[in-house]
Design a protein around this ligand. Sequence first.
Ligand code: FES
Ligand SMILES: [Fe+2]
Length: 406
Amino acid sequence: MNSNNSARRETTIRDLIARQKPGWSLDQRFYTDPEVYQLELDRIITKNWILAGHQSQLPKPGDFRVIKVANESAIIVRNKDGELKAFANVCRHRGSLVCLEQSGNKRKFECPYHGWVYDTDGNLLAARNMPDDFDKKSHSLHPVSLDNVHGLLFIAFCDNPPSLEGAKRDLAEPMAIFDFPNLKVAAQKSYPIAANWKLSIENYQECYHCATAHPDYAKMHTLMLDPAKRERVQGHMLEKMESCGIKNLFYDFIDTKARPGEQGYGYGRTAMFEGYVTGSRDGQPIAPLLGNIKDYDGGASDFSFGPFSFLLAYSDHVVAYVFTPVDKDHCQCEIYWLVRGDAVEGKDYNRDELMWLWDVTTYADEKIIVNNWKGVNSRYYRPGPFSGMERAESIYVDWILQQLRA
Ligand code: FES
Ligand SMILES: [Fe+2]
């Protein structure tokens, strides 16, 4: 692309951002324009941390998982010294994906194309029939940024991602309540969604749709209520929570607490309707209580880490949601269900029952997101005003615009 074209492109996207009305849904081009998506890849998707699982998924040297986000693929592996490492899954010979498996255990990664071999530190060990003076040391796999926040693993496809220190510091206390470092992944499932990635996350940010789309969820969760109407049941939980071993803490939404250069994060706990103590089919206990929690307070805690990763911590299990783009028109929701590290499947919890609520809820979300996407693509689509129940979505959309403007 010549510089004239790229200058014109910058101006048009800048105009589009300037025209965007605060408190209204985004202009169609934010969802459909390939140039906007390219800008998102450069400024958002490869510049922020993305939840990539829990440390318990890689207990032994050689254990690895492959994480795909948009055009990128990373191998996360525990090396022979027991440290976690992450590399771009891109061969230093001619760029083939090196590891085609999703997860497993390996001492070496051999590229399927011409057989170059890498160790679990990403060093090139062997390259067949290369000249004698070929320097293997300068052909290691490119490192991908990796960090561990109290047991949760995050990756970022850039060298200088925002700092996670704020999240580590301020979320230490709420994460200790649920003993995050010692949880284990009881189940994991991918939900492909044929829609632009922002529509999926916007949908997760609001519960205006919950009453219409999620009859099961709406029976137990009070987020669908106006905050004023929620007060009584919230008060009931607040009275109980300290004696249940759950401290009353609250941090507001994305980026409002983070300092400059830090990744945004948030935490809050919301009461469930009376008679429901956790996110199970009948609202009754479904797994052993987490951490040092002594009893059910009837609440569920929301955590957020950056723009793609959200967790819901019930008293007896945690559900983690990661929404990532596949391309401009497709995204993926990856869900992890976490329980106490010492809980035994079949005895302490039933995997299908554990997954039930968020499995049905996510399939219902997929339907409404795809319908939303179809309508947004129409020539008749025009941005519409957010309701008061879409405040978090409105903040999210503003944040996206800020990143694109930067
Ligand atoms: S591309 Fe990997 S060995 Fe050739
Ligand atoms: Fe939903």
